[in-house]
Design a protein around this ligand. Structure first.
Ligand SMILES: C[S@@+](CC[C@H](N)C(=O)[O-])C[C@H]1O[C@@H](n2cnc3c(N)ncnc32)[C@H](O)[C@@H]1O
Length: 429
């Protein structure tokens, strides 16, 4: 491959966030449509040459100076160089393009803070012999190397400021090269680090980590193998659960570091409020919350209706949902473990007259469930999606097979500076 710099006019923004020439053959990381750039090729993939930006001769009016010094290199963000309005417009356009017919009403995008929002992350760890130091952070864009980051501005504090101290303590361990990753989970009061280690940590190693925990307030867990091997650094110690609050609903949600929780707690609160208003609940309504996790929607919904049944595939999450209901003194909810890809909910829907259903599936969507809903008596469905492609597929089923009207929908800026698209949609009949 020729690695000589090339000049190019960028005409499109790829869904993964890089700029593309008109013929699609040259991809330039961190370049924007309308920009005339010089770029240095570094790899070829899928008949496309990928290059890094060297110089911008003509800049887009949507370009902004990124907050992070390493934004162009770090894979944690792909759109920090694009202004907020343009980021959201790009996501909304891509999301709308998936539907054959758009919603009757486009909701305004749900916006929150742009930095310090990210409460969950899997950080990579790498011992770099050449630098004789350990790096902790996100991988570089399209690379297996870890970006050298002193401060991550998207991670929720205090973790965003702890990358260097964390890398230093890992560097002092006996075998830093045996630590591949650290999972981060931040709550409203406290944060946890789950340190994956491939070899046994000596007593001295554990003392070093305990010192770090003491200095920073981290709850440190060790993980020697699969998720069932996670245990507190000090086996005698039981850390309190992390939690986040939804003050408007007077609720507190407890969770463990690897439970599914929404990444952005501020926008989550706005999203939950929007879901409640779209469902138009009345005190007599019964609601089914599918893919309910730890009860993030179920508990607030239960404040506004007669009864909520939450269904979730992870038994651990169901246990946490029940615990959360109990801790919040909520009695009109019930949670069940069920694999919603394998089992139909037809029996449940036949046994009880649910007025509405909230669906918040993983990326693969909820094809089986929406087919069941299409054949049911349910009149109102609110679908929260993290994948526009599966939302578009499932929306077509609800409309085509179920006769639902695609009434209102909009994007949610859950993951600023990344290309992830979260959205919410209301289907009625
Ligand atoms: C996007 S999360 C939403 C969780 C919750 N609604 C919230 O707001 O925190 C998707 C949830 O689907 C669950 N899940 C994934 N696959 C599943 C399956 N096959 N059956 C049931 N639940 C599943 C995950 O455990 C996770 O809790």
């Amino acid at each position: 491959m020729n690695r000589e710099p090339v000049s190019a006019l960028i005409s499109q923004l790829h869904p993964d966030g890089y700029g593309l020439t008109e013929d699609g053959r040259l991809a330039v990381l961190s370049a924007l449509p309308g920009e005339q750039v010089t770029a240095v090729p570094f790899t070829r993939k899928k008949k496309r040459t990928f290059s890094r930006l060297q110089n911008i001769a003509v800049a887009s009016s949507d370009r902004v100076v990124p907050e992070c010094a390493v934004a162009d290199i770090c894979g944690g963000c792909s759109l920090q160089h694009l202004g907020r309005d343009a980021q959201v417009a790009f996501k909304q356009k891509r999301w709308l393009a998936g539907f054959d017919v758009p919603p009757d009403e486009l909701l305004p995008p749900l916006l929150g803070r742009q930095f310090g929002y990210r409460a969950k992350a899997r950080l990579s760890v790498r011992y770099v012999a050449r630098k004789q130091r350990v790096l902790v952070g996100f991988r570089e864009k399209m690379s297996r190397f870890v970006a050298e980051t002193d401060l991550c501005k998207v991670l929720r504090e205090p973790v965003g400021s702890l990358l260097v101290p964390l890398s230093e303590v890992i560097g002092e361990l006996t075998a830093p090269e045996d630590i591949p990753q650290i999972e981060v989970a931040v709550g409203d009061a406290g944060f946890a680090l789950v340190i994956r280690h491939m070899s046994t940590l000596s007593q001295a190693d554990q003392t070093l980590l305990a010192g770090f925990a003491g200095r920073t307030g981290a709850d440190i867990y060790l993980q020697s193998g699969g998720v069932d091997t996670i245990s507190p650094l000090d086996p005698e110690r039981v850390y309190p659960l992390l939690y986040y609050d939804l003050p408007a609903e007077g609720l507190r949600f407890y969770f463990k570091p690897l439970d599914f929780t929404q990444v952005n707690h501020e926008i989550n609160e706005a999203m939950v409020r929007l879901a409640i208003s779209l469902l138009e609940l009345s005190p007599s309504h019964r609601v089914l919350d599918a893919f309910c996790g730890i009860g993030n929607f179920s508990l607030p919904l239960s404040n506004h209706c007669a009864r909520v049944v939450g269904i979730e595939g992870s038994d651990e999450s169901v246990q946490r949902a029940r615990y959360n209901a109990q801790q919040n003194g909520i009695r009109n909810v019930e949670f069940h473990t069920r694999d919603l890809f394998e089992a139909s909910l037809a029996d449940l829907l036949e046994s009880e007259p649910f007025d509405s259903v909230l669906i918040d599936p993983p990326r693969s969507g909820a094809e089986r469930l929406v087919k069941t809903l299409a054949a049911s008596e349910v009149r109102r469905v609110v679908y929260v999606s993290c994948n526009p492609d599966t939302l578009a597929r499932d929306a077509a089923i609800l409309k085509g097979e179920g006769g639902f009207q695609f009434a209102r929908a909009g994007v949610i800026d859950m993951f600023p500076h990344t290309t992830h698209i979260e959205s919410i949609a209301l289907f009625c009949r």
